[in-house]
Structure formats: structure tokens, C-alpha cells
Design a protein around this ligand. Structure first.
Ligand code: NZQ
Ligand code: ZN
Length: 386
């Protein structure tokens, strides 16, 4: 196991009714910028409930609404301006990863003199941020408990992840009942996203991180068990609760510290979103089995076999046979059990015209990963997924 420093300071209030803890925002001041998306929080009542608690705590609310899935830098700039012109003390995101990521970069942008896009492409410039609070409404990205944010400039076909300890939320409210209204398509995409975060950390050659591997397998089994239950019965509290806690732990360092490989499927997906504005989790589900097949060889087979044995209970003895079966089961889970789109064509990507330029950028991101990918490798994976 490698040496590491684990820092996960976000206070979590988990369970029904925990939104009452928004009164704790008072510790950071009395003017909050509330960041949210296209209106789901108004339809399901969370918005009204939040305003009631904040009002009772004497907190004045300013709003950044309309945060897009794949949040845009233009929206971040609007948020930074609101912070500057209203003397905002803290930001509160209510929503999924997009609202949270946008709020994080707004919070850092409010403490930075230049354009917030600098903070997206140069994470080392993130030195400070306004305090960040979140109320999670979609289990997927883990942004509620991690130091990352992903922002797009679709006018330039750019989508990049940034990171910094200043982006770690101070406190997050995780009420699984808030995810009852998440549509089936987003429930599936979110489940695929947290599985992909776990895969990115789980497939590596670093010896001795037995505990992290078993924790990762537990998260994967949780997704495989509860994902279909949440689809069949959206208000199943037990399923929504387990998925919610899995999303936070897939990416908060618990399963990555000590083995920390670079991620390679995410950089490939971010290029798909940058060029075609597709749903992150769907892109990951489409790419993952194609990536697994592409990197499977004699050297990687034992690692895929460990996945097949421990997560899927495949009973064969030959590593290569187990690996093939595990990939088949992964494919079947995403595309049959969870009903997700299985090809890039199904999400509207009908030609390979941008694959070469996308592959160039994505291959650079795979340095230090389980299997480093060349531009040609990435192009082949995109073509296989088409
Ligand atoms: O915008 P609203 O109206 O809120 O609707 C959203 C949106 O349409 C809807 N939704 C969310 N909660 C709901 C709900 N609908 C009904 N009921 C609810 N309770 O779901 C749609 C998708 O929301 P979004 O926030 O975009 O989804 P997600 O949480 O998957 O976030 C995706 C973004 O996060 C980035 C992705 O790249 C993408 O930009 N990621 C962030 C990461 C991080 N910060 O660590 C890591 C990830 O790998 C990922 O890259
Ligand atoms: Zn992801």
C-alpha cells in the first residue's frame, strides 16, 4: 500500500428531514447564494423546504438558477458576479453533481481575481473558496463529499475536471427520500457513474491494498443489488439510501488512497460530453465494457478475474474465462438490467468525425492509469462503442 494523506472533512447529515441542519449555515454568515438546476427542486418541494429553514435561521437568499447538466463556465461567471455584487458569505447547492460542481467553482471564483475558467484548467490556482454547502438530490458523482468539480465550455468543446481542498463541502445533507423523484434514466446513469468511479480505483497493479479492494467490491455489489430495485420502485428508501452512501464513498478517497491509479475512462467520457453534451453516466456505461475488452490481456486478466470472482461470483478457475464472463455480466447489467443505451449512436453520436481530436486529449489523461492508452487505443475504443 502506498503512503497517503486522507482528508474528508465534510460533515454529513444523512437521513429523512436532515434539511433542518441548513440552519448551520449561519456559522458562515447571513447571505447565501443558492445554486440549482432546471427546476426539479421546485417540483419536488425541496426548494420550499430549504427556503423555510434558511428564513428561520435569518439567512438572506440570492439565487443562481438554471445550472445546466454539464454545467457551463458562463453560468459559473454569472454566479461569481452575483457573489461579488451581493457580498455573498457562502454558497449552497441543491441538486445533483452539476449544481454542486457549479457552486464549487463559483465559490472559488469569488475568492479569485481573474476569470474562473483559469481555476478549471489550472487547479493549482484554487487557493481559497467561500464555504460550500450542499443538499444532494441525485446519487451519482460524489461531489457532495469530494474535492472535484467538472465544468464545460461547450463553445470550445472543452470539459475539464478541477480539484482543490478548498472545494470540499463544509457540510452536505443526504436525504435519500429526495432522490425518489429521480427519473429512471438518471437513476441508471448515476449508478453507472458511481460504479465507474469505483472501477477507476479498483483496476490497478498496486499490491497490498486488500482493504480498499474489498471496500470497492462492496460498493460495486451495492450498486448491482440496489440499482435495479431503485428502478423498479423509485421510492424504495433502503435502495435509495444505499445508493446515496455508495456514491459518496466511491470517490471520497476511501477506495483510492493507497493505490491511487490515474483514471482513464473518465477522460474519454469527458471528451464525449464536451463535443456532444451527453449524459455523463451514459457515456461511461457505453465506454466501460469496450474499454475492458480493449485492455484485457494476459497481464490484466488476473485483475479482471478478481472482479469476476468477488463481485459477480463467477465460479470458473481460468482467469481469462472469468474475465470474459465478468465483462459480459457488466455489459448485461448496464444495457439490459438497467436499460441504458448501449452504443454511442443511441445517444446521438453517429459518426467518428471528432474521434481523432478527442482521442488526443483523452489519451493524455490516461498517463499512470491501470493500462495507459495511446491515441490509437482511445480511437479504437470509441469506434468499438459507436
Ligand atoms: O436540473 P434539474 O431540474 O435539477 O434536473 C436534474 C438534471 O436534469 C435532474 N435531477 C436531479 N435531481 C433530481 C432530478 N430530477 C428529479 N428529481 C431529483 N431529485 O437530473 C438531471 C441531471 O442532473 P445532474 O446534476 O447533471 O447529474 P449528475 O449528478 O449526474 O451530475 C453530472 C455532472 O457531474 C460531473 C459530470 O461530468 C457532469 O457534469 N461529475 C462530477 C464529479 C465530481 N464533482 O466529483 C465526478 C464525476 O465523474 C462527474 O464527472
Ligand atoms: Zn463520473
Amino acid at each position: 500500500m502506498l503512503d497517503f494523506t486522507y482528508f474528508a472533512p465534510t460533515k454529513i447529515h444523512f437521513g429523512r428531514g436532515q434539511i433542518s441542519h441548513l440552519s448551520e449555515l449561519r456559522q458562515s454568515g447571513d447571505r447565501v447564494l443558492l445554486c440549482y438546476g432546471g427546476g426539479s427542486i421546485k417540483r419536488n418541494g425541496i426548494y420550499d423546504e430549504a427556503l423555510r429553514v434558511l428564513g428561520e435561521a435569518g439567512i438572506q437568499v440570492f439565487e443562481l438558477d438554471g445550472v445546466e447538466p454539464n454545467p457551463r463556465i458562463q453560468t459559473v461567471r454569472r454566479g461569481v458576479e452575483l457573489c461579488r455584487s451581493n457580498g455573498i458569505d457562502m454558497v449552497l447547492a441543491i441538486g445533483g453533481g452539476s449544481s454542486i460542481d457549479c457552486a464549487k467553482v463559483v465559490a472559488a471564483g469569488a475568492r479569485y481575481d481573474g476569470d474562473p475558467w483559469d481555476l478549471v484548467i489550472h487547479p493549482q490556482l484554487i487557493e481559497a473558496a467561500l464555504p460550500i454547502y450542499t443538499v444532494l438530490t441525485l446519487s451519482a458523482t460524489g461531489s457532495e463529499m469530494d474535492a472535484f468539480a467538472v465544468i464545460s465550455d461547450l463553445e470550445k468543446n472543452e470539459k475539464w475536471g478541477t480539484a482543490g481542498s478548498a472545494l470540499l463541502p463544509t457540510m452536505s445533507v443526504l436525504d435519500p427520500s429526495y432522490t425518489f423523484s429521480v427519473p429512471a434514466r438518471q437513476t441508471a446513469a448515476g449508478t453507472a457513474d458511481m460504479m465507474s468511479h469505483t472501477f477507476e480505483n479498483y483496476f490497478h497493479f498496486e499490491p497490498g491494498s486488500f482493504l480498499q479492494e474489498r471496500l470497492a467490491e462492496g460498493i460495486l455489489k451495492t450498486c448491482i443489488h440496489y440499482g435495479p430495485i431503485a428502478l423498479a420502485k423509485p421510492d424504495d428508501y433502503e435502495a435509495r439510501a444505499n445508493l446515496m452512501w455508495a456514491s459518496s464513498h466511491a470517490i471520497n478517497g476511501l477506495v483510492s488512497e493507497g493505490c491511487s491509479p490515474a483514471w482513464c475512462v473518465h477522460p474519454m467520457e469527458h471528451e464525449l460530453s464536451a463535443f456532444y453534451d451527453i449524459t455523463h453516466g451514459e457515456g461511461l456505461a457505453i465506454l466501460t465494457p469496450a474499454w475492458m475488452e480493449h485492455v484485457l490481456d494476459e497481464r490484466t486478466a488476473p485483475v479482471f478475474a478478481r472482479y469476476g470472482r468477488n463481485v459477480w461470483g463467477v465460479g470458473e478457475t481460468d482467469d481469462m474465462a472469468i474475465a470474459h464472463e465478468a465483462i459480459r455480466l457488466t455489459r448485461e447489467f448496464f444495457f439490459r438490467t438497467m436499460g441504458m443505451p448501449a452504443t454511442l449512436r443511441e445517444v446521438g453520436i453517429t459518426s467518428d468525425e471528432h474521434f481523432a481530436v478527442m482521442a488526443k486529449k483523452a489519451a493524455a489523461g490516461s498517463k499512470g492509469s491501470f493500462v495507459e492508452l495511446s491515441e490509437e487505443d482511445v480511437e479504437q475504443i470509441y469506434s468499438a462503442a459507436l
